[in-house]
Write a protein that binds this ligand. Sequence first.
Ligand code: SF4
Length: 431
Amino acid sequence: MTDFLPKLLTWYQSNARDFPFRRTTDPYLIWLSEIIMQQTRIEQGVPYYDKFVRVFPSVYDLAGASEEDVLKQWQGLGYYSRARNLHSTANEVVEKYAGRFPETYDGLRSLKGVGDYTAAAIASVCFGLPHPVVDGNVVRFITRHFGITGPVDKAGVKKEIMEVLLNLMEEVSGLDSGSSATELLRPTSGSLPKPGKPFASSLLRLAFTESSPGGDPASVPDATEPLSTHETSIFATSLLRHFATYTGPGIFNQAMIEFGAMYCVPRNPDCRACIFSDSCYALKHQMVGQLPVKKQQLALKPRYFNYLVINVKGSDGLYFGKRSGNDIWKGLYEFPLIETKEAVSPQKLSSSPEWKKLFGRNKVEMISHTGDTIHILSHQKIITRFYNLEIKKPSETFGTLVRAEKINGLPVARIIEKYFEMYPMTGDSLV
Ligand code: SF4
């Protein structure tokens, strides 16, 4: 997972919003906050949380209150059956568990009104158990960053998301911050426990880069080897700072939710300034606006567009055709296109009948091609690849040669527009 965890946890340390329930690991308070926040946006829920804590400071106070009192405090949040469940669960905790919340995920899950999400939140924050919480914010962030492109309501995709989270959780859980930090900084016995190795290596790398800008990457110490006194003194401060960000599964869960809610937002996230811009699948494949994929996109028909960007030696333009017929983007201009039924290799494309028909005996040099770009329409998924070709002789079979300075004025589909954003025309060539 490379530097994912250190980056996330460091970000969380500096950017987390300060809410009262983030300053506690008391299961009663965490449970209360979770049930209230299910009803409303977090900022609007905080005054309700404060009021509940003031009026019912412990689970005994809540259990001992009348249902009417509880409903009164709940007033304005709506969905009153939740308030009734809250009250009855408080009674269950007092009567069945002597006022102590169960300390296992299954025990928590068995309480009335406690679903997967709330059980995972309490288990991780209060008891340090490795149970990921999965809400809309986490799903958006995970599917974008790790390139999970299936519909998120499908069982297999849910499983995939959970697996990614569990792997990350395992890395986080494999490291006990206090003792490992001390261990790591001890020159003679600085090796880290095995499960935490990838995470520890990432921390070492981050700390090394911070402490020695421009330093030789080969000199980054190995997480399995004890650190020398010299190494320790060089980046001890930075290393400790990174370790300080780590406190376990609860912080990991909160950081995931917070990053999804605050940074990897549904519309127009600031990807260029994002700490994950170099590793994010959606950004790399221009799919930020398309992920996560929801149910209604299940029936999308895939189409494979191989666009040929034809440069004729010595000319200062590119070839375009106008789309016609009863198909998408009718009337818009595009590069010469070979549509295939499936993704094809450059070799297969250049030996296809369409290619031969287009180029005949003309000698074609394939300079480069882009990766696949996915463009989602209401019923279709257009998977596009652009081939940058050079040929010696112009030909009418390619379409119309449009001079470089005129290309900007052509009506084109967004997918072609994006191509020119990435590879702008300069004079007579593409860069
Ligand atoms: S680069 Fe954009 S899409 Fe990717 S994680 Fe960051 S904000 Fe989210």
